[in-house]
Design a protein around this ligand. Structure first.
Ligand code: 5GP
Ligand code: ZN
Length: 114
């Protein structure tokens, strides 16, 4: 598959399988997995198989394969309400310097926090 990865990035290592993750969906252009410190049950991350820190660095062919996967994950989680987040830069609360989309379920009171 077509990948542009770097040696010293946590999420590039996850794509390569050098660091274990709970994989959800993998395609030619993207990889998704469960967040290690979930804000709610099912909190997932979707990353392009292209190393870039910010959205503006990612070629469209990679980016175009991320939001459709967010849709699939949102459906699979079975929750109707959720946030899609993508942070760019430290001031915007980005911690890991490889573009990632968060899918954060917001379960109802009956469903509980998970
Ligand atoms: P940011 O603040 O950069 O948008 O979010 C980074 C996210 O990556 C956080 O929600 C954090 O819990 C998650 N994360 C950090 N390190 C790891 C890891 O090694 N494995 C997984 N699965 N998630 C991670
Ligand atoms: Zn990377």
């Amino acid at each position: 598959s077509r990948m542009f990865l770097t040696a010293d990035c946590l999420f590039c290592k996850i794509i390569k399988g050098d660091i274990p993750s709970l994989k959800l969906i993998e395609t030619e252009f993207s990889y998704s997995f469960l967040d290690i410190n979930p804000l709610s049950k099912g909190h997932a991350l979707i990353i392009p198989k292209y190393h870039g820190e910010k959205l503006t660095e990612i070629p469209d062919e990679y980016l175009n394969d991320t939001l459709p996967i967010a849709k699939k994950i949102a459906v699979a989680q079975g929750v109707k309400e959720y946030n899609i987040l993508q942070n760019n830069g430290a001031l915007a609360h980005q911690v890991v310097g490889h573009v990632h989309f968060h899918v954060i379920p917001k379960p109802s009171a009956e469903e509980g926090l998970g």
